[in-house]
Write a protein that binds this ligand. Structure first.
Ligand SMILES: NC(=O)c1ccc[n+]([C@@H]2O[C@H](COP(=O)([O-])OP(=O)(O)OC[C@H]3O[C@@H](n4cnc5c(N)ncnc54)[C@H](O)[C@@H]3O)[C@@H](O)[C@H]2O)c1
Length: 381
């Protein structure tokens, strides 16, 4: 497939028509010159039709775009019949591995929601399998696609900021008990994990991306303070990165549901970098030792490189950035920004944290042996 000659429209199928799937549909719809929504799959037979009619009400001209979209309850039948180029996997996290493996086996590229899988071994298996087959995996690590983030990563990797000293991640993504009661898989060790595995995993991924380094070890503590769930609702810990930087992490769902916050801070020799999302509003500051804020300079550079309309689209829906990047990676033979390796590394970071809590010690990363999240059922809060 050649980009820029004649545009190839790739067929996208979405497996799992729950809460997050609408973000995928909106992104695919916005990329309708490059993507076609060929199929929706859900074991709940009413879910695809419900999702389609809800999107037809909300998205302009979506009805005509989705006229050829077929509905299935069995993803294996869909793979045989619809033969998609890309499969988006948006089912409960405990099902990611099996379905992702079957889709790769069928020759499909993946947009795989986070967390990649529930064990370090299966996550590694997926990204190696995709590599061997020449297929792409793009992870649902949305923070990598926030405006200016890719430029900050590039500058960090090129040494523009000098050495990284330390960092901090705060994810206060409050969910009430009703959220956990919505579906049986939520908040369970086997199928979801807690605040770290579900809500904080892509923030940890962002820290790796911005630091341009993987974590080497972790120490942590966890609690279940307010939520009625099996796994943790609050976690605090420290990672040591390969570049020598320490990074402190707070991840919780025990805060108020209408006060969501995700904040990132990296202290470097040449700039203090802050990215924050509070109640849906992003803010950025890149402050030099003399107190000058370079945020607008980065914004201008970002618009010059990607265009204003791309910036607006990713700011509204980062999944647009993931699909656009995955499309580009497939047609040009490159690697997506949030690739399969990033999925494995982020899962390994969370599982390392969990093991550190279980063993009450510092744990080296990457984990040297298999660790399945189910082992956490041994933990007594
Ligand atoms: N990247 C992000 O910003 C983001 C946001 C929310 C959720 N997620 C991830 O997306 C995934 C789904 O989350 P959600 O909140 O949409 O869950 P959800 O429970 O709302 O939806 C899951 C859907 O999958 C369906 N399903 C279950 N088993 C299936 C199977 N075998 N085949 C087909 N369909 C099946 C269910 O019937 C349900 O409709 C999770 O892994 C979650 O961590 C990512």
């Amino acid at each position: 497939m050649q980009e820029n000659s004649e545009i190839t429209r790739l067929k996208v199928a979405i497996i799992g028509c729950g809460r997050v799937s609408e973000k995928h549909i909106r992104a695919v719809d916005k990329l309708r010159d490059r993507l076609v929504l060929c199929a929706l799959v859900d074991t709940n037979p009413d879910a695809p039709a419900h999702l389609l009619s809800s999107c037809r009400r909300k998205i302009k001209r979506f009805k005509e775009f989705s006229e050829g979209t077929k509905k299935y309850i069995d993803y294996k039948e869909m793979l045989r019949d619809a033969k998609p180029d890309i499969v988006a996997i948006t089912v409960p996290s405990g099902l990611h591995f099996q379905i992702a493996r079957d889709c790769l086996d069928a020759g499909c590229h993946l947009l795989l929601e986070k967390p990649m899988t529930m064990s370090n071994k299966t996550s590694r298996e997926l990204y190696q399998m995709a590599d061997n087959l020449g297929l792409r995996i793009a992870m649902g690590h949305i923070y990598r696609y926030f405006p200016i983030v890719s430029l900050l990563h590039e500058d960090m990797a090129n040494g523009v900021f000098g050495k990284a000293g330390h960092g901090s991640v705060v994810v206060r993504w409050g969910h009430d008990d009703d959220y956990y009661k919505q579906a049986a898989w939520r908040g369970t060790w086997k199928s979801d994990g807690g605040a770290l595995m579900n809500q904080t995993v892509h923030a940890l991924d962002l820290m790796c991306y911005l630091m341009d380094s993987d974590a080497l070890s972790v120490k942590g503590m966890m609690a279940r303070r307010f939520r009625e769930m099996e796994a943790e609702d609050t976690a605090m810990g420290v990672y040591r990165f390969g570049n020598g930087a320490l990074c402190q992490v707070e991840g919780t769902t025990a805060t108020f549901p209408n006060d969501h916050e995700a904040s990132f801070f990296i202290n470097t020799e040449k700039a203090a970098i802050r990215i924050s999302l509070h109640k849906g509003k992003p803010s950025y500051s890149i402050v030099t030792p003399k107190g000058r804020n370079l945020a607008f300079r980065y914004l201008r550079r970002y618009i010059k490189r990607f265009g204003l309309s791309y910036l607006i689209s990713v700011a509204k829906n980062p999944h647009y950035g993931i699909y656009s990047d995955l499309y580009h990676a497939i047609v040009s033979g490159t690697t997506p920004i949030a690739d399969g390796r990033s999925g494995y590394v982020a899962v390994d970071m969370v599982l390392g944290f969990y093991r550190a809590v279980l063993k009450n010690t510092e744990i080296e990363l990457p984990l040297s042996s298999e660790f399945k999240i189910e082992e956490m059922t041994k933990l007594e809060f």
